[in-house]
Design a protein around this ligand. Structure first.
Ligand code: DGY
Length: 323
């Protein structure tokens, strides 16, 4: 019997490709560059499934051009590249990779918070530039992490992981805002108190963004929100670009209306707003919060499990729009 055909839209672990080849005729994007829209549509011709990595937009017009497509398996927990209602209407299954990256991403969120609060990147650039020639009482003094107030916007699994690290490891007072409140059990486990968004902005010493991107969360943090934050506060984004208005943030950082920011994600990435590249008080990383070898492998295997589960056995592992 003919194996179903699938497309793997970007380079991924060879061992995961080998697993997929046991079940499918696999076409891989030969270059490790994102496919243009036209290339993606052309390569999807006749394919039953696609392994995506988060940058490929799957919407009504693509689905109309690819009538044989039955499943899009994203190697990411975020799925803002999917138009879920359009996929559901076209009876195309969407899957993502939750859980396997939670702790790794929470580790990174906390690391970025610490690097930002303690001005590690600024210090490192100064040292590498050969400028360090004396001790100074005020050299790169940052803000304390321990005992401070940790604010979390978006309290899903990753937000809860960051809350636990802050509360249990660093004695931080944790406040959060989310679409819905956590259960009393989870609130007590995370030692987190639910507050309104204004209180979150006003009270946080370190504010971490971990909410999904959607039309509703677009520019959730802009000039008005930044103006409500403490001038000593830091802002950390490990969620998605587009949640923050990067131009407004760069202006607030330059004018020291907040102390510093740590950003792993950007509007229009991999392009970064030029103003962010010229302000010193921001730590910038290239969307690597889930990037450890075991976690990226687990994500790739889970995306493969979804393709195999659905196309071979009729049962996906982590569906977003089950029939
Ligand atoms: C995710 O899983 O959504 C991360 O941002 C990696 O893309």
């Amino acid at each position: 019997m003919n194996k179903p055909s699938i497309l793997v839209a970007r380079a991924v672990f060879p061992e995961v490709i080998a697993r997929l080849q046991q079940h499918f005729d696999v076409e891989q994007n030969p270059a490790d560059e994102p496919l243009s829209r036209e290339q993606l549509v052309a390569r999807l011709h006749g394919k039953a499934g696609v392994f995506t990595t988060g940058g490929e937009r799957i919407d009504a017009s693509l689905l109309a051009a690819c009538p044989q497509l039955r499943i899009c398996a994203n190697m990411a927990v975020g799925y803002n590249n999917f138009d879920l209602p359009a996929m559901t209407a076209a009876k195309v299954l969407a899957t993502n990779t939750p859980d396997v990256l939670t702790e790794t991403t929470a580790d990174f969120g906390f690391a970025l918070l610490m690097a930002t609060a303690r001005r590690m990147a600024e210090g490192e650039h100064f040292l590498r530039a050969g400028k360090w020639n004396k001790w100074a009482y005020d050299m790169f003094s940052g803000s304390d992490v321990h005992g401070s107030t940790l604010g979390i916007l978006g309290m899903g699994r990753i937000g809860q992981g960051i809350a636990r690290r802050g509360a249990h490891g660093f004695g931080m007072k944790v406040i959060y805002h989310n679409r819905s409140r956590l259960s009393p059990e989870l609130e007590s486990e995370c030692k987190a108190r639910y507050v309104g968004k204004e209180e979150l902005l006003r009270e946080s010493d370190h504010l971490v963004l971990v909410l999904p991107y959607s039309a509703q969360s677009h520019h959730s943090i802009g000039a008005a929100e930044l103006a409500q934050m403490k001038p000593t506060a830091t802002l950390i984004n490990v969620a998605r670009g587009g949640i923050v208005d990067d131009a407004a943030l760069a202006k607030a950082l330059r004018e020291r209306r907040i102390a510093a920011a740590g950003l792993d994600v950007f509007e229009g990435e991999p392009k970064v707003h030029p103003d962010l590249l010229t302000v010193p008080n921001v730590v910038l990383t290239p969307h690597i919060a889930s990037a450890t070898v075991p976690t990226r492998l687990a994500m790739a295997n889970l995306a493969a499990d979804n393709l195999i589960g659905y196309l071979v056995h009729g049962k996906p592992v982590t569906p977003l729009n089950p029939e």
